[in-house]
Design a protein around this ligand. Structure first.
Ligand SMILES: Cc1ncc(COP(=O)(O)O)c(C=O)c1O
Length: 459
């Protein structure tokens, strides 16, 4: 029997969307007009958009079909019950609260259960998660294992929680910890997975210190695939069974369905505790809507329900993770410094190592992002000094890393798109000596990466 090495896209393309080709000079003009911040470009001026994998995926024919079945009844919509049943089958949680996206679930949970001075441990908080903890005047404490902080260090589960550090936090600051969170996969740390063994360890500590344990579950299916392929004894299980076990170890989750819900919008909060659920639903009604739609249309609930079923299919996950690995392998082979191993949804280039002649406070990540856009029409995102460098007192301090993330939307780009991306990154890396840093000319106080303006430095 023939054994095939080529892993093909597990779908046929039924509907296509043209991309616009632009000349280098047009891109230069567009970037200048955008104040050298790719967030301020018009999407149509981007050839391959790797800004985010969130809400940018392609829905399946079955999802579009389900959308036509959407029930727009205000209260008690049929689409809600279908959504609830799918979420409960996957997670096992008693209460399912739809929200318009992940951060709404975070806001509702944290505003309902945190008070000033509290501490929320996590492997790494995503930026909206951190912001929603901090807005309650609580501390977002990152406790990823030491290997998770070293870009070039290879470890199969670099998203794991440092259980010793968690134990210390719970022993020392236990009264201030209302819940423990773990993000799967760990986006901020490079889309790196968390092992089942580590989740069991977190569960044990939470039992010992009597703390609820929540997953930030945005990329639960990608995490399940890594468990299946990397963790001893897991290869014979389905991704769904692994995901169910991951959820069974927790007491609740926040979820952005824009990632592993395979939908363009949507999210949910799911949990077991009746009293917390009631508090959360009360806030939901204030800010999102009635508990059977939570800021979503009935058709959105249908799309997410179907997406949650499709995302755990093996051929999909096999292709998904392999396509990221493929880009990663090509960059590693060409000597481009990247976080290792490949993440589940993105490749992270270590811009600080690639561009040592650009000081962190001159934004090497922005220099690389902008060069990729001008040279190739590709849009990535800086995850470094611009995103995380602003201190509470308004000063600037470089964080541990200056990365450029190339996040791959789900089911959108083909292998030739990815080949083009690899060629572009390798080409830009080869001209690194020509790249210059930037000065920030407008520095917003909050989430400044979205709207900051820059000026290129000439020397
Ligand atoms: C790990 C993680 N948590 C939470 C969120 C927030 O989700 P949303 O963008 O749907 O608000 C994201 C979004 O990228 C994420 O990656």
């Amino acid at each position: 029997m023939l054994q095939f090495k080529t892993i093909i896209e597990p779908f046929r393309i039924k509907s296509v969307e043209s991309v616009k080709f632009t000349a280098r000079a047009e891109r230069e003009t567009a970037l200048t007009q955008a104040g050298y911040n790719v967030f301020l470009l018009r999407g149509e001026d981007v050839l391959i958009d790797l800004l985010t994998d969130s809400g940018t995926g392609a829905m399946s024919a079955a999802q579009w079909g389900a959308i036509m079945q959407g029930d727009e009844t205000y209260a008690g919509s049929r689409s809600f019950y279908r959504f609830r049943d799918v979420v409960q089958d996957l997670t096992g949680f008693r209460h399912v609260i739809p929200t318009h996206q992940g951060r709404a679930a975070e806001r509702i949970l944290f505003h309902s259960v945190l008070k000033p001075g509290d501490v929320v441990p996590n492997n790494n908080h995503f930026d909206t998660t951190r912001a929603n903890v901090e807005v309650e005047e609580a501390e977002a404490r990152d406790l990823v294992i030491p290997e998770g902080r070293v870009p070039a260090q290879v470890h199969p589960f670099k998203g794991n929680v440092d259980l010793g550090a968690l134990e210390q936090t719970l022993a020392r600051d236990g009264e201030r910890v209302p819940l423990v969170m773990v993000t799967v996969t760990n986006n901020t740390g490079g889309g790196q997975p968390v092992s089942l063994e580590n989740l069991r360890g977190v569960r044990k500590l939470c039992d010992r210190f009597q703390k609820p344990f929540f997953l930030d579950a945005c990329r639960f299916a990608e995490n399940a695939w890594f468990v299946k392929t990397r963790e001893a004894g897991q290869s014979g299980r389905t991704p769904k069974a692994i995901a169910q076990e991951m959820f069974s170890l927790a007491d609740g989750c926040t979820m952005s369905a824009k990632k592993d819900g395979l939908a363009n919008i949507g999210g949910f909060l799911a949990l077991n505790d009746d009293a917390w659920a009631e508090r959360c639903r009360n806030l939901l009604i204030l800010t999102e809507g009635f508990p059977t739609y939570g800021g979503l249309a009935g058709y959105d609930l249908e799309a997410v329900a179907r997406g949650l079923e499709e995302v755990v299919e093996e051929p999909y996950l096999h292709y998904r993770i392999r396509s990221i690995e493929y880009l990663h392998e090509r960059l590693v082979a060409a000597g481009v410094p990247v976080i290792r191993p490949a993440g589940g949804h993105a490749v992270y280039i270590d811009a600080r190592s690639l561009l040592p002649h650009i000081a962190p406070l001159q934004y090497p990540g922005i220099a690389l992002v902008n060069a990729l856009y001008v040279e190739a029409g590709i849009r990535g995102v800086e995850i470094g000094t611009v995103m995380f460098g602003r201190q509470h007192d308004g000063t600037e301090k470089a964080p541990a890393m200056d990365l450029v993330r190339l996040a791959i939307p789900r089911r959108v780009y083909t292998q030739s798109h990815i080949d083009y991306v690899a060629e572009a990154v390798i080409g830009v890396a080869a001209m690194k000596q020509q790249l210059r840093g930037y000065r920030m000319t407008k520095a917003p106080a909050v989430l400044r990466h979205f709207t900051a303006l820059f000026e290129p430095l000439t020397a």
